[in-house]
Design a protein around this ligand. Structure first.
Ligand SMILES: O=C(O)CCC(=O)C(=O)O
Length: 245
């Protein structure tokens, strides 16, 4: 039986705490700010009708299994902190195949599955302009009682969208995680950071101005976050980021 997610006194949770001490030392409660202070608006909860959202994790798991991508074991510039699987989805059959650069690798598009078309239409209606591509990120939760083996995405900027001055429409479904944003002190003069809990069926609009000034990441959950997320963290998380390529 899976251990309770609130059991924190394991070697595993100590390892996650060590990660945060080593890598996030400069991010303290003193320089933590509210998401609005960095230009983030709250995520929209319940973006899809609940039955459609609840069906997505199983549909996405089958789709990802049928479309092998970069595997979690393959080295990238993000090191171990890359999602388990990343796919570039193309929604417009009229457009030629696309590519998307990530640090150390390039994703090649595959046709988006029909079960994502309703989500795509709703996101495009919200944006008011075509968003012909999306990146599908898969994050497995690792152990149930701690953050060990949890898939992550390390600090980065979405460079392509900085050039295109494009907002990113980020839909999360399945497991819950914290999304972190930190300023680039070189650009902003001070290091400030925030975190946003992303729930099943949330849509977060990530403005291009924030992407241009800040780094973002989904890091290993701290012991406190493991406890706060509870069972919400214990299933695969899928993130679909709609993009104007
Ligand atoms: O999973 C997320 O919420 C963030 C994904 C992300 O940072 C990216 O695809 O560049």
């Amino acid at each position: 039986m899976a251990a309770s997610p609130t059991v924190l006194s394991t070697a595993a949770s100590r390892a996650a705490a060590k990660y945060h001490r080593r890598n996030a030392g400069a991010l303290t409660t003193a320089n933590q700010v509210a998401p609005a202070a960095l230009g983030l608006r709250p995520a929209t909860p319940g973006f899809l009708p609940a039955p459609a959202a609840d069906a997505l994790p199983a549909q996405l798991a089958a789709f990802v299994a049928a479309h092998p991508s970069r595997s979690g074991a393959e080295p990238t510039a993000l090191g171990a902190f890359a999602p388990r699987a990343q796919l570039l989805l193309a929604f417009d059959p009229q457009r030629p195949a696309a590519t998307y650069p990530y640090p150390g690798m390039v994703l090649h598009s595959v046709p988006a599955p029909a079960f994502l078309h309703d989500l795509h239409r709703r996101v495009q209606d919200l944006a008011g302009y075509p968003l012909p591509h999306a990146i599908l990120n898969t994050y497995l939760p690792g152990t149930a009682d701690a953050a060990v083996g949890e898939d992550c995405i390390h600090w980065h900027r979405d460079v392509h969208e900085i050039r295109g001055q494009a907002d990113i429409y980020s839909y999360s479904v399945g497991g819950e995680r914290y999304f972190r944003v930190k300023t680039d002190p070189v650009l902003t003069g001070a290091l400030r950071w925030c975190k946003v809990r992303l729930h099943h069926n949330d849509l977060l609009v990530f403005p291009h101005a924030v992407n241009a000034q800040c780094f973002h990441a989904v890091l290993p959950s701290t012991p406190e976050e493991v406890a706060a997320l509870g069972q919400g963290r214990c299933c695969p998380r899928y993130n679909v980021t709609f993009r104007r390529l």
